[in-house]
Design a protein around this ligand. Sequence first.
Ligand code: BGC
Length: 710
Amino acid sequence: MAQEYRKREQKEIESQGQKSQAEHLLRQLTLDEKISMIHGAELFRTAPVERLGIPALAMSDGPMGVRQEFEPDAWKSIGGHDDYVTYLPCNSALAATWNRDLAKAVGKTLGREARGRGKDVILGPGVNIKRSPLCGRNFEYFSEDPFLTKELAVPYIQGVQEWDVAACVKHFAANNQETQRLWVDVKVDEKALREIYLPAFHDAVTKGGAYTIMAAYNKLQGEHCYYSDFLLNQVLRKEWGYEGVVISDWGGVHDTVKAANSSLDIEMSVTEDFDQYYMANPLKQMIAEGKVPESAVDEKVAHILMLMQRLHMLGGERKRGAYNTPEHRQAALEAARESVVLLKNKAGRLPLSPEKTKEILVVGENADMQHALGGGSAEIKALYEITPLMGIKALLGGNAKVTYVKGYCQDPQEEGEDRDVNWQEDSLEHGGGFARAQKREDAALALCRRRLREEAVARAKEFEQVIFIGGLNHFYDSEGNDRVDMRLPYEQDLLIEGLLEANPNTVVIMAGGSPVEMGKWVDKADSLIWSWYGGMEGGKALAEVIFGETNPSGKLPESFYKTHKDCSAHAWGEFAGARQVDYAEGVFVGYRYLDAYGGEPEFCFGHGLSYTSFEYERAELFLEGGKTYLGCQISNQGNRAGKETVQVYLAPMERLEGEPVQQLKGFEKVFLEAGERKTVKVEMEGYRQGMEVRVGSSSRDIRLQLSGCF
Ligand code: BGC
């Protein structure tokens, strides 16, 4: 207690010190100088005030690494070779690890690389809730569950900020679709907002201490988030006591007076007329006309100066950072390994034996595709990216013959679109995003796909072992567009059915940032793996799982619906509304909806198999230091070491109207040697008497239940 107190006191003193230095600087700044600090003077930078030694604030995307350098005033890569970086697994992949230590390690890597590249603010992590599987940016987000999201976002942010770089948690708030994201008005009740959509932001700023936060593009209850009094003043500043910097999303401000009088601190945008930004010359004009008080600008500048102090930008020793180090690549690999989810493994078909594999057929465009430089602002100019095919070949070595056929192909027209660097500037024109329908009718393309498919199916008969690697790519998992359904693109269903018929030994692997329909073939596939955008080492990590060098331990951070229609945003609410979108499902998002209203997912929240099996025993509840814990014993029943995530769901015994059946409120990932038994202690959030405690390996594989008292 005394230690806690002293820590708080120290923080208070530091913050007072920072405030007085900031106040001193503020008093010396002219209005012009102050205004220059609160809007972009380049696409990713504010202006410095050299006279007073105040540097510019350098920002960069994004969650999977530090983005390439652009011209200061054009969305054009500078084309250098010094901005290749460590490419980290996407946030969905990180969420699938259910591993707080890995989240911290990934955050640290990102922070160190950002500092190494001379950045002050890294625009991530994205902590929006996956309300629908169709949102194009889901790969940048963690989960459908607020608890899992915040438990991983907090160490991630702390890791980033260890390197004197600010995390910018985004997009605050209820930015759950890309369609018309600049104008769509989200209607959501306050209960759902506070229980589902806000908790990750709350913890990101209060526990993670995120120095900056990005206001979302969309409107919330009729007000744009960049000036929302409810969101920014009432919730963020007053309730959560936030003293950090609020940055607009790029091009998300639409009115000078509203922006100036709100809690927004910095306006960033996508065009090069920097002096004409709402918080630039037009603001000066409004101040001259007496429509905005100068004190509004002072408040913003004070926040920015405090941020600069926290980052040691105004004196003191600042960390140097580094990029492309071997440790960073190791962090990317470790996270990728634990992100791979083994969805099915009938009759223990996996892992394959590297020694016995002499010949193998690999099919599918995703086996040989690199994804780093796609997806929107999260794109990464990766130092390298190991594809699954390279991972498999490197693991098997030269004595095995690996034959690769494509089997299906992307529409060549999509590739151009994917790589277009000007999309960000153009994006303001069509409301910031749209729904992307599948499939262009094109006879030549259809013929080409049929040939590829026939070739692959014919070859599959000749091989003892086939591996199919398909799924999505950043044409679909991308900022600026949502999917219209969950169907697999490029006629992959036909191909997979053909392969499984030709060779039941086909291992099916899906890569992507959000689930796809699998109903046409899932029952016929004995073994099925889900991998994500796994970063630069993703292909190696996947190969290690296929051949048993890594025992898979990933768990789904979201429900894998059979079709999008089984998701509450579509069944009850609206997705993706263009002008207004009604979150009529309230708190019943993801498994909360499936559990309460009887839906059967293809694979449930929290699901993920291992090559070994775990037994759960002896659950008990106990109190320690004012916190409630679930204790249980877990033992590894197999002959292989492995990791298991013990998940704790709290279920009210008498469920009130509008209350979920069960909610994830604790988890711990544990490593167990073959045959080992361990006692696991899981802290639970929000436990109260009258709740049933369910302990299990997934939301639907509950092994122990406890009701009652200590
Ligand atoms: C995105 C943000 C991103 C910003 C800067 C916007 O289009 O919504 O997430 O950080 O651009 O690139």
